[in-house]
Design a protein around this ligand. Structure first.
Ligand SMILES: NC(=O)CC[C@H](N)C(=O)O
Length: 285
């Protein structure tokens, strides 16, 4: 069974929704306090996918996600001076997956794991206060970038999801970074308007993000982060307009966010089968 590690503690508050998403997608979720990982009691390497949920880690002090990102980068988890970031780099090199939602996305961006164009985990973009100057709590519509290579978004064209954040505005500091992100489709999700076009117009784009960008991946597609909350749209009944949609013949019981979790679980199941298959063939000569 695919094993999903979900971190919590220090003000993270979306871990149960995350766990529900993996359970519905057929994986086994384990919620672990960050200290258990930082103190070496739990190893991320025993899992297939590492998850950073939303919330208000460290009270958003110094900027959302900044303190947690610094703990991952600088806090030594062993006498040998290893950090959790060292472990995460190995985890990714092993072909495993990392997902950050909202505050989790902020952590991955502040750490430099997203977009990680240069491969040296140095911050290249940032997330800052919404252009509205307010916390935004609303539903938005996203379009998946067809250039994106991430298995998380396979087969998805468009999805509706809620946002709830104060610091969701992606800022891309220069043209070179912007071009590199666009050229490889790392801006995997954009906010769209009622016509289906990418937009910087409020409230369709709830925070004024550059590139109308709601989510990023790294070049491998293994690290994925987004501001909206797919784990809050697991059932059709999570949608504020479910009754009207139902009357209009929209019959699925599943929420649109669930597909992302089903995608990654299926992908991991496929790769596990493949590696089992290979080792069986090798042992049979
Ligand atoms: N829901 C969240 O994860 C919110 C993230 C962060 N605390 C913000 O307000 O931007």
């Amino acid at each position: 069974m695919v094993q999903a590690l979900i971190l919590t503690g220090f003000g993270i508050n979306c871990e149960e929704e995350f766990a529900a998403a993996y359970r519905l997608a057929g994986a086994e979720p384990t919620i672990v306090h960050l200290n258990q990982v930082l103190h070496g009691q739990v190893s991320i390497h025993d899992f297939d996918i590492l998850n950073f949920p939303g919330g208000f880690s460290f009270g958003d002090d110094l900027g959302s996600g900044v303190v947690l990102a610094n703990k991952l980068r600088y806090r030594q988890t062993s006498a040998a001076g290893r950090t959790l970031l060292d472990d995460i780099k190995r985890f990714i090199a092993d072909g495993k997956f990392v997902l950050g939602i909202c505050n989790g996305f902020q952590v991955l961006v502040k750490l430099g794991l997203l977009p990680n164009l240069g491969g040296d985990v140095t911050p290249e973009v940032t997330l800052t206060h919404n252009a509205s100057g307010r916390y935004e709590d609303r539903w938005v519509t996203l379009r998946v970038n067809p250039l994106s290579n991430t298995p998380f978004l396979k087969g998805i064209d468009k999805l509706e999801v809620p946002v709830r954040h104060g610091e969701g505005r992606l800022v891309v500091p220069n043209d070179l970074v912007r071009q590199a992100i666009e050229a490889s489709g790392l801006n995997c999700l954009s906010y769209i308007d009622a016509n289906g076009d990418g937009t910087s117009t409020y409230p369709f784009n709830p925070n004024g993000a550059d590139l109308n960008c709601a989510g990023l991946t790294d070049p491998t597609g293994q690290v994925f982060g987004l501001m909206p909350h797919p784990e809050a749209f697991l059932s059709a009944y999570n949608h504020p307009d479910w009754a009207r949609r139902r009357r209009a013949g929209w019959l699925s019981e599943e929420g649109e966010g669930l597909q992302i979790f089903q995608n990654i679980v299926e992908h991991l199941q496929g790769s596990t089968l493949l590696s089992n298959e290979i080792s069986r063939r090798v042992s049979q000569g």
